[in-house]
Design a protein around this ligand. Sequence first.
Ligand SMILES: Cc1ncc(COP(=O)(O)OP(=O)(O)O)c(N)n1
Ligand SMILES: Cc1nc(C(=O)O)sc1CCOP(=O)(O)O
Ligand SMILES: [Mg+2]
Length: 518
Amino acid sequence: MKLIVISHPGGSPGAPPGSLRDEAGLINKLFENGLQILHLRKPDSTREQVKKLLSEIDQKYHSRISLHQYHCLAEEFGIFRLHFTEKERAATSWDDFQMMRKRGFTLSTSIHDIEQLDTLSSCFSYAFFGPVFDSISKKGYHGVVNNNFKLTKKPVNLIALGGIGTSNLENIQAMNFDGAAILGALWEQPEDAVINFRRLSQLLVPESSAGRSGLKPGDGDMVALSPSPRLKPGIDERRADADGYRSGYHDICGPGCTSPGGDDRVHIPNPQDQQSQRPNPRFRPGAHNMRAPSQEPQNTAYGFSQSKDLDTIAKLHFISSQKSGLSHLQSIQKALDAGCKWIQLRVKNQSEEDVLPLALKAKKLCDGYNAKLIINDFPLIAKEVRAYGLHLGLSDMKIPQARKIVGNEMIVGGTANTFEDIILRINEGADYVGLGPYRFTTTKQNLSPILGLEGYQKLMDRLAKAGHHTPIIAIGGIVPDDIATLKNTGVHGVAMSSALLQSADIKETVSKIKSTLC
Ligand SMILES: Cc1ncc(COP(=O)(O)OP(=O)(O)O)c(N)n1
Ligand SMILES: Cc1nc(C(=O)O)sc1CCOP(=O)(O)O
Ligand SMILES: [Mg+2]
């Protein structure tokens, strides 16, 4: 069960009286106090005002913000969450949503009729539903659920909205919502917003004991809704209100990604139009400097120039090793001779100063074979030797931080062992995810729990259902005979070390693996 905060509407009709002083400071404090997701909904603010507010919010929290308006600001601020109103959802094609998902966005939307749940695309990671209780800030907006309301299975995570405060948060949990969105309970008395947020957080059932009810971004494996909840009278009148976006709880979504008074349609920019702006464009959420602000398209769904190409990530990754009586460079030479085109230099237990000369040599070797060099663990070395990529584990530097060193063009991969890790990696902007271990291996110490074929199958099915397309690279104890079965789980490729180095005919092995994977 998650708490989502919706920002102070800041001057919109029906907003709490009085202006909010130091809004960014308050938002930063909410994040410091454990806020996971803030929906920034500013229906009456200009783009410049929203931009100013975002620039005042600590950058480390930008990844926890979902934009309701001005989606085109996402790129500049490293935001990868976008919210779509009901109206915008209707005006946007499934393909466009798919494309946004593919580009790494977490999408949310709003529904005002529970029956709409079944019609939502799996592109949405969660949806707001409400007003569940009588609104705190908008007098006269009555809740639509009765006390018997109980959700069982849902196609997307459902977040209750409207009139939620300390007195009824527990009811929301009992109704089996995946989360609660808080607005009036915080912003009625902004000076108490942080303390009220803390009180609400303390009422939450911890995720571990909440079982399946925890909101997991992208989780789409809840498939049916029953029993059909009875709605209180009144919802239909509100839904029929043509001006509902301004007057009712529809207003929670606001006029969406468009500027107030702007075109309601969501545009997908034509990648070709953008190409002249960036010679080698590859989208990554979290990118901060891909286009000068003056070049940003207005009223676009996301404003990014081009999707990352799946082909940029090889299907066979060789991981260097000095296990089999070879040095790292010798192992790389062997893999290159055998036809490997994606080489990861993975030197453990040596200092950065010692790894740098090895990396420079490895780069030279790879260049000679037109192969791509990936540096494990060391962002500075990756930058220094102009490697093609960098690989980071869960206990290495965080990907957004590393991006500040290596820039946006470099491929950055991240390790994962669970579904939550994968989502974290996707949200951090990883270009691929190394998922492992498949089975026990002595190549890596302190292995995470072994996933096995069943583990991969479950994780890959879950990712597919949630509409995630970031390439997954299987790793850990993989032997050539595993490749076909692993490929069938949906993984993009495999990373191997010992099985290649120990192969009697490495060239033949590499060739077979490549043809199985393509
Ligand atoms: C492709 C790929 N996937 C996973 C890993 C493991 O990285 P990490 O968890 O940082 O562990 P070390 O390799 O650093 O021991 C990887 N290197 N490559
Ligand atoms: C480097 C690495 N990472 C793993 C993970 O599970 O994250 S397993 C692993 C070792 C891969 O080498 P081999 O093919 O010899 O098992
Ligand atoms: Mg590492």
